[in-house]
Design a protein. Structure first.
Length: 495
């Protein structure tokens, strides 16, 4: 192959490397600079074709991951909100499945810089990769679109978004989004990493645009159902919905997620796929307080369909059916099911005062466990059935607490300056996940920058599992995978 992009030659040690054409390689198109980031073994190169307006990049580098990056970068220094879009195609079969061609926003040219990229890998994986602090580890959110032809990275304020499409004319599917603090000015550009320091890889970027993101006064809420690994903190998108969904539960067989939207319940395979509605009879105003019995046979819902339209707890078969009323008094919001399947724990308001209650799963008399003047909410059982975890603002700040199942032995669990909600202990009893707001946020509203945080119940150490835009609906109910290795949640964005 010859032409303005230069000659392509095959070398066993450098598969499908593009040889720069001296007549065009000195030009950089719309970009201002270029060079290798990190200590690469083989310097990279750019070959710009002004007639086709395409950019052929060849680069090496061990990886763009962990705490340091090595890759070839072609860049432009910018400020403000920006959108970069391009068709991307690798040249040749390549050596490593995780070679990368990407669109980037990057704080600096340092190897450990804060950055985000929209990357396509050699095996077709598309992901939004990011390092949110200098020298920190890199994480990613994997897109459900495989082998996209066109990618976009967009930075609006502190939100960075990946979009992708697989073919010409197909609308860009906006997927992963993160909160990332990058100050003006910063770098935007294109890059290639071979993922093997001994070789070079090449990719061609075409139909490339850099522009100010389009704005709309009629932005629509989109909900992203995600799964995060507690080991790597990497995230995978299950599905994106152009409407409001909330509160995923993970079925005990590890195959399905259940969530609510528009007053109804739905199921979806945890690997993604078609969404099915669950029949709930008259209960068509279900809120985000729902769950699954320990044996996987029943659903519990909190529904407001019956006059006076306050939340009532019901139980029905997990396959769907007519709900059976459990709580006579309302409002009652379910949150936990005892491991032996015998008892439900919930938040209720009685005589104008909220508290934590238990009730037999088959119905009967409720028992009040807490009597504070503040709000006690979000109760859930430990997997051994000996403790109930909940959140309370009894000290003036919303924090995680735990108690014996009879309400005795109150113990504060978190106390580090955030407002913490909805604690859920992993099935193996090793971890506690919870939702954290900034200390200035009152209640648990939607549309906030929040964190999912993870506490080791052995050491008490707390780490950040994910930063996202969300809050109410993100993780109200138990959503651990049965193997305790992953967690399902919902993030949100307006576009």
């Amino acid at each position: 192959m010859t032409g303005a992009l230069g000659k392509v030659r095959y070398d066993p040690s450098h598969p499908m490397e593009i040889t720069p054409d001296p007549q065009t390689s000195c030009q950089q198109g719309i970009f201002e600079g270029l060079g290798d980031v990190g200590k690469v073994l083989h310097p990279g190169s750019l070959n710009y074709d002004p007639l086709a307006d395409s950019y052929a990049l060849t680069g090496s580098g061990e990886n763009m991951w962990a705490k340091n990056d090595e890759f070839f970068f072609v860049w432009k220094k910018v400020s403000g909100d920006i959108s970069l879009t391009a068709d991307i195609a690798f040249v040749g079969e390549g050596v490593h499945a995780h070679r990368k061609a990407c669109l980037l926003v990057r704080q600096s040219l340092d190897t450990d810089s804060v950055y985000a990229d929209a990357a396509i890998h050699g095996d077709g994986l598309a992901a939004l990769q990011f390092r949110d602090e200098r020298g920190a580890s890199t994480h990613d959110i994997q897109s459900p679109i495989v082998a996209p032809k066109r990618l976009r990275i967009e930075k609006v304020g502190n939100t960075v978004t990946l979009s992708a499409s697989q073919s010409d004319g197909e609308p860009l599917y906006t997927g992963a989004a993160i909160n990332l603090e990058i100050s003006d000015p910063y770098y935007i550009g294109i890059g290639v990493c071979s993922h093997d320091r001994e070789v070079k890889e090449s990719a061609i970027f075409s139909s490339l645009t850099i522009e100010e993101p389009s704005r709309s006064d009629r932005a629509v809420l989109h909900s992203t159902l995600e799964i995060v690994s507690i080991d790597s903190t990497d995230r995978r998108i299950v599905k994106i919905f152009p409407e409001h969904i909330e509160a995923p539960n993970w079925t005990p067989d590890g195959q399905t997620l259940i969530f609510n939207s528009g007053g109804r319940l739905y199921r979806i395979p945890c690997k993604g796929g078609e969404v099915d509605a669950i029949e709930t009879g008259f209960a068509t105003r279900c809120n985000n307080d729902h769950g699954i019995s320990p044996d996987g046979s029943q659903l519990v819902i909190s529904d407001q369909s019956v006059d006076p339209h306050q939340s009532v707890i019901y139980v029905l078969p997990i396959t769907g059916g007519e709900p059976k009323r459990i709580t006579e008094s309302s409002p009652s919001y379910w949150h936990g099911w005892s491991p032996d399947g015998q008892t439900l724990v919930f938040c209720g308001q009685r005589n104008g005062k909220f508290g934590i209650f238990t009730i037999p799963a088959s119905g009967g008399l409720e028992t009040r466990l807490t009597q504070t003047d503040g709000l006690d909410d979000g109760p859930d059982y430990s997997p051994d059935g000996k403790k109930i975890y909940f959140n309370s603002d009894r000290t003036g700040q919303m924090q995680i607490w735990r108690m014996e199942t009879d309400g005795s032995g109150m113990e504060r669990v978190t106390s580090d300056g955030y407002n913490d909600w909805f604690a859920h202990v992993s099935p193996d009893g090793c971890w506690m996940v919870f939702l954290s707001y900034d200390s200035s946020v009152k209640g648990h509203p939607p549309d906030k920058d929040v964190m999912l945080r993870l506490m080791s119940l052995k050491t008490g150490e707390i780490s950040v599992l994910a930063k996202l835009y969300g809050g109410q609906g993100t993780i109200n109910v138990p959503s651990w995978s049965p193997d305790s290795r992953r967690l399902a949640f919902v993030s949100y964005q307006y576009r």
